[in-house]
Write a protein that binds this ligand. Sequence first.
Ligand SMILES: [Zn+2]
Length: 287
Amino acid sequence: MNNTEERPQSPVGAHVPVAGGMATKGLAYAEKIGAETVQVFVSNPRGWATNGGDPAQDALMRERADLPVFVHAPYLINPGTPSEETAAKSITSMEHALRRSAQIGALGAVMHTGSAVSGTREEGLARARERLLPMLERLGEDVPPLLLEPMAGQGQVLCATVDDLVPYFEALDWHPNVGVCLDTAHLFAAGHDISTVEGMRQALDRFGEVVGADRLKLIHGNDSKAPCGSNKDRHENIGRGHIGAEPFAELFRHPVTAGIPITLETPGPEGPHAEDVATLKKLRAQA
Ligand SMILES: [Zn+2]
């Protein structure tokens, strides 16, 4: 590209394991694979239990101003559920993820946008509004943004495509402390054909038009084992799936993704992760 202005370049990293110490284990893993940004869980991603964390590890995380950190909230969270019990647990869990994000200096906490389970999407969005807005108001600016991650599109999901983000944001009154995490594998499964550079560009153009670049805070960079439009959430290593490596180069050129961290959630462990990080860095160098 023939830019005279400096485009802020996206750091590349991965979701890192934290068992045995978020900073001591997680950051060592990051270094091994060449990560410039990381995502972590702050509690069991498949459970409701919260976890107070370790103040010494938290401090070590906060010290790494050079390394953007993000939190992924548990998968069970669903603000659209008709079950009051699941809703209450979801809000407790999400609030925990946001508060822990603040404690470790994370830049946002990612939440899957959820499902209506039964009934219409409108009913699910109305329920998401009832549950999320009071939480966002209560937490105010004490926490980093809640990042909405559109899903692959299975069942009665509330949000899968770029355009689905609009009614979701409307339901939340475009709350200022809400951002977006776009997952390339989810977008592809939801029907955005990003298996070409042009397709990736169109999806990002559309995001800029209907949501706005200022809301994008994170990209989950994943190739997809499942075909376009399959509604199946199956991550694959970069270049080995149906998206292919080349379209990822557009993430380093498009204005909507300028400076936005790219985090892999591809099959590990270290070997394949290091390879994926290297592939993205190579694409970045050529962009
Ligand atoms: Zn993801």
